[in-house]
Design a protein around this ligand. Structure first.
Ligand code: ATP
Length: 931
C-alpha cells in the first residue's frame, strides 16, 4: 500500500513483466528511473525496453516531476529533440498530458529512421521485399539575415517562433510581395512557405490599420491549422488584426462579428462562391480594403475544382475592381506541381507572377523504400515466419500470406514499437480501417500498451472526432495514424518520422506530398511504398527510375470551359451586371458568345443601347441565389448516418454515392479498427444501425457501374480551334452513370477466402453526365478474336490509352474523365465501344471538347502504344495502365488495343472516303455535327 509519503505505481515492460513499485512523493525523474531500473534491469534479450507506467492512484503522480524535468531528462539521454520539438514527440508528450495516468517511455534502442532500414533488412524484409532504396539526400539551408525593414511586430513574431534567420526564399518572396508583385512560392513541403505569406501580409496589415486580407484553403482543417499558427504568431502585436475563420462551421453570431471586424479572413473557395460574393455588400469593408489574397496548397486547385475556383477568382477580382475600387495582390504557395507559375496565373487570371523556387530551407536525408510483398516467394515467407521468434501465432499465420495489407500493418507496428511516429496512407477508407485493425492485432501481442496509441483518420469521421485526432497526434498522445489522403495536405500534426504508402496513391505528386509529411524540421525520415499485386504497382517496383526519375504531374485548369464559364457568368451577373467592354478581360473572348447563349436561355437581359459593347446585362433567372445550384466540387448533401445502436452515437456520415459500398444489412462495417455488424438499413431516414461485434470475416459488395448513353444533344456549343481537324464518327451525348449493388461476399480475414455469397436488393445510384464514344465494328472484334486476344481487355486498354493522351491535347486532368472499366467477374453483355465520360455529376464539358479531336486522340493513343516497348498484355503506366482505373487495371490487353485503335481509325477513314466519293458528305465538314 502507498504510504502517506509515497505512491504505488504498476509498471510493465514491453515483454509483459509487471510489478508494483513504491515511488516516494516528489521524486525526481532520475530517482524514478533508478527505481525502475532496479526493478527491471534491461535484459540482454529485451533490446526494446519500453516502460509503461500505470498510476493506480490516478494522475497525481505526474505532479512528482514536472514536464520540464522530464524533457531535460529525455534530452540528456539523447532520445528526443529539445525544447518545443520535444514537446511534440511521443516519448515525452504523453507525460505532458496532466489528465493522463499513462506514461510511455522508450529507454533503450528506440531506432532512428535510418537505423530502421537496416533493422527491416535483417528482420521482416530479409527475404527480398525491400526491392529498392532511394536515397533522397539532405540539403543544407541557405539562411539570410532578417531584413532591416521588417517591423518590431514581425521581429517579435519570429522570436516567439524561435526563428532567428530566414531562409533565402522567404526573404525573396517577402521582398517581391512588398514590391507589389504577385508571387508564387513553389518550394518543398515543410520549407516554411506559410511564413512567406504571413510575414508579407501581417507587415502590411499592422502598418495600414484599414487594410484586409483573404486567405483561401482547400479544406476546413487547414484553415483551423492556419488560424492557430496566426494567433500564436500575433500574440504580441500592438495592432488589432481580428483574424477569424469564415466557413460552413462558423456560427451566425461569429459570421456577423467577422464581417464587421475581421481584417484577416480565412475561408475557402466554396464559401467565397456561395456566401461572400453573392452577399458582397455585407463584406464591403473587407473588399474595399483588400490588399492580399493568399492561396495556399495551390496544387489542390486543378481539374474540375480548379476550373470552378479559377472562375470564382475572376468573379472576386471583377467585383473588387468594378464595385470596391481595390486590386489585391496574390500570394500562392505550392509544393507539388511542375508548372506552378503557369497554373497560378491561370487560376487567378494574372498577367504577371513572380516565381520563387530556389528553396533555401534545409532538408534532412530521406530514404524511400519500395517494398514488394510478392517479391517474397511463399516458401521463403514460411521460412522467415518459422525463424521469427518474436512473432505471435496469429502474426506468423497471417504473414505467411504475402498480403500487402499484412505487410503494411507489420511495418506500421514495427515503426511505433521502435518509437517512430508514423502515418500509414491507404487508398480507401476500408483499407485504412483494416490496416488499423491488423496493426492493433499485432501490437496486442507485442506491445499491448501501444494498442490505443494508434488510430484511423479519414474524411467520413465527424468533424469533432477529426479535430480530436489531429490534436492528439500533435500533442503526442497518438504515435501512429492509418489515414486516407484526407491527411495529405499540410495540416501540422507535429513531427513524423515515417510514412507508409499502401499502393500507388494516384499521382507522383500525391506520393511526394504524402511522403513530405515526414521529416519536417530537419529530421531524417523514411517512406515505404508497399505494392499491391496489380500491374501498376508492380511496374513501379520493377522500374524504380520511372517513379523517382519522372517529373511530378502538371496542374491543369481550363477557365475557358464553356459550360463552367456560363454557370459562373450567371452568378457574376447576379452579383453585378455584366458588360462586354469591362468584363472580357476577366472572362475571356468567349464572353460575347456566352452572353448570347445565356440570353437565349432566359438568364440575362439588357436595355438596348447603341453600342453593344457598353450594354449592361442583368440577371433575370428564376433562382434567387444562382450560386446555390453550381456545385464546385461535387460535394454530396445526401448522406447516410451510421449509428452505434447501443449508445446512439453517430460514428460516421457516408455520402450517398459511396454508402452502399459500406453499409447494408449484414455488412461488416469498420470504425477506428473496431468491427460492427450492420443490423438495419433504414433507406427512408438514411440511417444504418449497427452493433459492435467480434467477427472473423469481412464483407465486400458485388456491384457494377454502367454508362447509358442517352443520345440527347448537349446544350452547349463547343468552340473548335481553327486548325482543320480530321473528321470523326465519334459522338458526344448526355449519359447516365449508374452503380448497382446486387450482393455481397463474406470473406475470412487472414486467408481472404470467400465462404458465403449473399444477395442484396438496394436502390441503384445514378448521376447524369456527358460522354464521348465511338462504336467498334464487328469486323475488328473478329480480327482480335482471330489472334486469340481478349477483346474486352483490348477495349479497356484502348480507352485507357485514349485517356492517357487527352491531357496532352486538352486542358484538363485525367481524373476529370473516366473510361468504362470492366470488372473481371462481370459476365454480362458489354457495349463494344471506346467511351470516356465526365466524372463530375452534371458533366463538365470535357467529353464535349474531346469529340471534335477524337481522330487526333485515337491516332495519338495508337502511337503511344506502338512506341512503348514494354512487354506483356498488361502494358505499363506509360501506355495502357491508368492511375485512376476503377478495376485496378485488371482485364487489359495491349496488343488487342493496338488492333482496335488501328481498326477504328481505318473504318472512319474509309467511311469519309466513301461519303466523299458518293458526294454524300453528311455534314462532315463540321466536326461538331454530333454535338
Ligand atoms: N526561417 C526558419 N527557420 C527555422 N524554422 C522555420 C523557418 N521558417 C519556417 N520554419 C519552420 O518550419 C516548419 C514548416 O513550416 P511551414 O508549415 O510553413 O512549411 P510549409 O512549406 O508551409 O509546409 P507544407 O508544404 O506542408 O504546407 C514550421 O515549424 C516553421 O516554424
Amino acid at each position: 500500500m502507498a504510504g502517506s509519503g509515497a505512491r504505488e505505481i504498476q509498471v510493465r515492460t514491453i515483454t509483459g513483466e509487471s510489478t508494483a513499485v513504491l515511488v516516494p512523493n516528489n521524486s525526481t525523474i532520475e530517482e524514478l528511473k533508478l527505481l525502475l531500473k532496479q526493478s527491471f534491469p534491461p535484459a540482454s534479450n529485451s533490446p526494446n525496453f519500453h516502460l509503461f507506467f500505470k498510476c493506480k492512484n490516478g494522475p497525481e503522480i505526474l505532479a512528482a516531476f514536472s514536464l520540464e524535468e522530464l524533457l531535460l531528462s529525455v534530452k540528456e539521454h539523447g532520445i528526443a529533440a529539445s525544447g518545443k520539438e520535444a514537446k511534440r514527440t511521443r516519448r515525452s508528450s504523453a507525460a505532458s498530458s496532466s489528465d493522463s495516468d499513462h506514461v510511455h517511455c522508450h529507454e533503450t534502442n528506440s531506432l532512428l529512421p535510418m537505423e530502421m532500414v537496416e533493422h527491416l533488412r535483417k528482420g521482416i524484409g530479409s527475404k527480398g521485399q525491400m526491392v529498392h532504396v532511394e536515397d533522397v539526400g539532405a540539403r543544407k539551408a541557405t539562411y539570410v539575415e532578417i531584413p532591416n525593414q521588417l517591423s518590431d511586430n514581425m521581429r517579435s513574431a519570429l522570436k516567439s517562433l524561435g526563428i532567428t534567420k530566414l531562409y533565402s526564399h522567404q526573404v525573396e518572396s517577402i521582398e517581391a510581395s512588398h514590391a507589389g508583385k504577385n508571387v508564387v512560392v513553389a518550394t518543398m513541403t515543410s520549407s516554411g512557405k506559410s511564413l512567406c505569406y504571413n510575414l508579407a501580409v501581417l507587415e502590411v496589415l499592422s502598418q495600414d490599420l484599414l487594410s484586409c486580407a483573404l486567405y483561401l484553403f482547400p479544406t476546413k482543417a487547414l484553415a483551423q491549422d492556419q488560424l492557430r499558427a496566426l494567433l500564436d504568431m500575433t500574440k504580441g502585436f500592438d495592432a488589432s488584426l481580428n483574424i477569424g475563420v469564415y466557413d460552413g462551421d462558423t456560427s451566425q453570431k461569429d459570421r456577423t462579428w467577422l464581417r464587421d471586424n475581421a481584417r484577416l479572413l480565412i475561408t475557402n473557395p466554396d464559401m467565397l462562391h456561395i456566401s461572400i460574393l453573392p452577399h458582397h455588400e455585407r463584406f464591403r469593408r473587407i473588399l474595399s480594403n483588400l490588399r492580399f489574397v493568399v492561396i495556399d496548397e495551390a496544387h489542390a486547385y486543378k481539374g474540375a475544382f480548379g476550373c470552378h475556383t479559377a472562375l470564382i477568382m475572376r468573379r472576386l477580382r471583377r467585383l473588387c475592381s468594378h464595385v470596391y475600387g481595390s486590386d489585391p495582390y496574390f500570394i500562392f504557395s505550392t509544393a507539388t506541381s511542375s508548372n506552378p507559375r503557369e497554373h497560378c496565373m491561370e487560376l487567378a487570371n494574372l498577367p504577371t507572377l513572380e516565381l520563387i523556387q530556389n528553396d533555401g530551407s534545409p532538408s534532412a536525408r530521406k530514404l524511400f523504400i519500395l517494398w514488394n510483398p510478392i517479391a517474397c516467394p511463399k516458401t521463403l515467407l514460411e521460412e522467415t515466419c518459422s525463424m521469427d521468434t518474436g512473432g505471435s501465432t496469429v502474426e506468423i499465420a497471417n504473414f505467411r500470406n504475402s498480403s500487402p495489407l499484412l505487410n503494411v500493418s507489420r511495418l506500421f507496428a514495427e515503426m511505433v514499437q521502435h518509437g517512430l511516429r508514423c502515418i500509414a496512407f491507404c487508398k480507401s477508407r476500408k483499407l485504412c480501417e483494416i490496416v488499423l485493425s491488423y496493426t492493433r492485432e499485432i501490437l496486442r501481442d507485442t506491445a499491448p500498451h501501444l494498442v490505443e496509441s494508434i488510430c484511423a483518420y479519414r474524411a467520413g469521421y465527424i468533424a469533432t472526432d477529426r479535430r480530436r485526432i489531429e490534436r492528439d497526434f500533435f500533442d503526442g498522445k497518438l504515435c501512429g495514424i492509418a489515414a486516407t489522403n484526407a491527411l495529405e495536405l499540410g495540416i501540422d500534426v507535429g513531427h513524423i518520422d515515417v510514412t507508409l504508402h499502401l499502393g500507388f496513391p494516384g499521382s507522383i505528386a500525391s506520393l511526394w506530398q504524402q511522403a513530405g509529411r515526414a521529416g519536417r524540421r530537419e529530421r531524417p525520415s523514411l517512406a515505404v511504398y508497399v505494392a499491391f499485386g496489380g500491374p501498376l504497382d508492380q511496374y513501379f517496383m520493377n522500374h524504380p527510375n520511372k517513379l523517382f526519375g519522372s517529373p511530378i504531374e502538371c496542374c491543369h485548369i481550363d477557365a475557358q470551359n464553356q459550360q463552367v464559364l456560363e454557370q459562373h457568368l450567371v452568378c457574376a451577373a447576379h452579383e453585378y451586371p455584366l458588360c462586354l467592354l469591362y468584363d472580357e478581360k476577366y472572362f475571356g473572348s468567349g464572353l460575347n458568345c456566352s452572353i448570347s447563349s445565356l440570353k437565349t436561355r432566359g438568364y440575362l437581359s439588357t436595355v438596348q443601347s447603341c453600342d453593344s459593347s457598353f450594354q449592361m446585362w442583368n440577371y433575370i433567372g428564376h433562382e434567387k441565389m444562382p450560386s446555390h445550384s453550381v456545385s464546385i466540387r461535387a460535394i454530396e448533401n445526401v448522406r447516410y448516418e451510421v449509428i452505434d445502436q447501443r449508445n446512439d452515437e453517430v460514428l460516421e456520415e457516408v455520402e450517398e454515392s459511396k454508402a452502399f459500398f459500406q453499409i447494408y444489412e449484414g455488412a461488416v462495417y469498420m470504425h477506428q479498427g473496431k468491427t460492427y455488424l450492420v443490423k438495419k438499413l433504414d433507406l427512408s431516414n438514411k440511417i444504418a444501425l449497427c452493433e459492435e461485434a467480434d467477427l472473423k470475416y469481412y464483407t465486400r459488395t458485388r456491384d457494377y457501374t454502367d454508362v447509358h448513353v442517352n443520345g440527347g444533344k448537349i446544350a452547349y456549343p463547343v468552340k473548335v480551334s481553327n486548325i482543320r481537324l480530321s473528321r470523326t464518327t465519334a459522338k458526344a451525348h448526355t449519359c447516365k452513370v449508374t452503380t448497382n449493388w446486387f450482393g455481397f461476399y463474406r470473406i475470412w480475414r487472414g486467408s481472404n477466402q470467400i465462404f458465403d455469397t449473399v444477395e442484396l436488393s438496394l436502390p441503384s445510384y445514378s448521376y447524369n453526365s456527358q460522354a464521348v464514344w465511338i462504336p467498334v465494328p464487328q469486323s475488328i472484334k473478329a480480327a482480335v478474336n482471330k489472334q486469340n486476344f481478349d477483346f474486352r481487355g483490348g477495349l479497356h486498354a484502348a480507352s485507357h490509352a485514349l485517356l492517357n493522351v487527352v491531357p496532352l491535347h486538352i486542358i484538363c486532368n485525367s481524373s476529370d474523365l473516366a473510361p468504362e472499366c470492366p470488372n473481371p467477374h462481370d459476365r454480362r453483355y458489354y457495349p463494344e465501344r471506346i467511351l470516356l465520360y465526365d466524372q463530375h455529376p452534371g458533366g463538365l464539358g470535357v467529353s464535349v471538347q474531346v469529340q471534335p479531336l477524337f481522330t487526333e486522340l485515337l491516332t495519338a493513343a495508337l502511337e503511344l502504344l506502338t512506341s512503348c516497348y514494354c512487354l506483356g498484355d498488361a502494358g505499363c503506366p506509360n501506355c495502357v495502365q491508368s492511375f485512376a482505373c476503377h478495376e485496378y487495371n485488371e482485364v487489359l490487353h495491349k496488343d488487342a488495343a493496338i488492333i482496335i485503335l488501328k481498326g477504328v481509325l481505318d473504318t472512319d477513314k474509309l467511311y469519309f472516303r466513301r461519303c466523299h466519293d458518293s458526294s454524300q458528305v453528311p455534314g462532315a465538314e463540321d466536326p461538331c455535327q454530333n454535338v
